[in-house]
Design a protein around this ligand. Structure first.
Ligand code: AMP
Ligand code: MG
Length: 385
């Protein structure tokens, strides 16, 4: 199949003429990739089970991994769901349009092929102007998982989508790089108490403040045990995986305590080393120590003959002796880390490294979503130092 490309001149203000053909393709059962504020989506008509089938085929996605239906106004929600609970009304008022997906009991309009056989349907109203206008013009809810081959990092630029989807879908709409860079937060509102199924830019703290009560699905916190079916089926897969073996390096509590104690041998030694290095101006002791440990692990692997890359930050990049290093952003901005994570993982794929050693980050606010994706990408391979 030939994949057509279209570039939106001003992605903040797309013109309808630029989107008519993409909208027609969606309405007629074809597949169109388009930008959203989270990652690029691979869209098809959510009411058409042949379109859903094509999405699973194009992505190589297991068919029990359900799709999110995207809408452009609140009125489009009613026909897709059996009820809209109070918690959902509150959430929609506060965070729609935006990077929040809600799981509802599904209506009979939504085919089981879209929901992976579940009696619930996940719905989101994106805020990205291209996504929103395209869905409106298509006139149907648009099922749109991330536009990557299943198992690869989600695409945050149109170039990433071309890498994975060229020849497999009808059209790619290029609206420039996405804003957030991580998939939406998912909250299940179908039960008595809302449950966080996947962390994202609408953080646990924000949800708790609005809802009061919020349960956290165990799959958000760590690996899913064999045989357990998580409520968000996608969380059981080793998603977001780069081709090289990714290892996350994290500080032990004990190490943190030592580094926090003025006058302890580790404190003095690390401070001396940091002063001598002179390259890490403004860096805290913990981050400096972590970077030294990541560098050491990477250098050891490199000496053994492997090709190795490191994931670091703007503050620590100068400290590394390793040649292949990529900064994910600054520790001062969790948004910058979220924005760059998938791009960096894809760059390591392109470079063909065997191993990637990564610094770890704080898991508060948006950092929780960053660490969730990074841990999954590493298959929960964490080395404590
Ligand atoms: P993606 O569109 O690639 O970001 O992935 C969508 C994810 O949303 C799936 O992998 C599921 O984990 C989750 N999801 C979609 N529909 C449902 C549903 N009905 N119930 C629970 N989780 C869902
Ligand atoms: Mg995905």
């Amino acid at each position: 199949m030939e994949t057509k490309g279209i570039i939106i001149q001003d992605p903040k203000h797309p013109r309808d003429e630029e989107l008519y053909e993409a909208a027609r393709i969606l309405r007629e059962g074809g597949l169109v990739a388009f930008p959203t504020e989270t990652v690029y989506g691979l869209g098809g008509n959510a009411l058409d089970d042949r379109a859903s089938g094509k999405i699973y085929a194009a992505k190589g996605r297991p068919s029990d991994n359900p799709l999110i239906a995207h809408i452009s106004t609140l009125e489009e929600l009613g026909p897709l769901v059996r009820e809209i609970p109070e918690s959902a009304k509150k959430l929609a008022k506060a965070y729609w349009p935006g990077p929040l997906t809600m799981v509802f009991p599904k209506s009979s309009q939504i085919p089981y092929s879209t929901t992976g056989g579940l009696d619930t349907v996940a719905v989101r109203m994106p805020s990205d102007p291209v996504a929103s206008r395209l869905i409106h013009l298509a006139g149907v809810p648009v099922a749109a998982p991330s536009a990557n081959t299943s198992g690869r990092p989600s695409p945050t630029t149109a170039a990433h989508v071309w890498q994975d989807m060229k020849g497999r879908i009808d059209m790619i709409v290029d609206g420039g790089p996405v804003g957030i860079g991580l998939e939406s937060t998912i909250v299940d509102v179908s039960g008595a108490v809302p449950v966080l199924l996947r962390p994202g830019a609408i953080t646990q703290e924000m949800l708790k403040e609005l809802l009061g009560e919020l349960q956290i699905d165990p799959a958000v916190l760590g690996p899913v045990e064999k045989g357990v079916r998580p409520k968000a089926p996608g969380m059981k897969y080793k998603h977001y995986a780069p081709r090289g073996e990714l290892v996350l390096i994290q500080l032990k509590e004990e190490t943190r305590a030592q580094l926090g104690k003025k006058g302890s041998p580790l404190y003095s030694q690390t401070l001396r080393r940091m002063t001598d290095s002179g390259k890490c101006f403004g860096l805290d002791l913990e981050s400096f120590y972590l970077a030294c440990q990541v560098n050491q692990a990477a250098e050891e692997k490199e000496r053994a003959g492997a090709s190795v890359g490191v994931i670091c930050t703007d503050e620590t990049i100068e400290e590394y002796g390793i040649a292949i290093k990529r900064s994910m952003g600054t520790r001062g901005s969790e948004a910058s880390l979220a924005h760059n994570l998938y791009r960096v993982l894809r760059e390591f794929d392109d470079l063909g490294v065997d191993y990637i050693y990564s610094e770890s980050f704080s898991d508060t606010n948006l950092g929780r979503a960053v660490m969730n994706r990074l841990s999954k990408a590493a298959g929960y391979h964490v080395q404590m130092v």
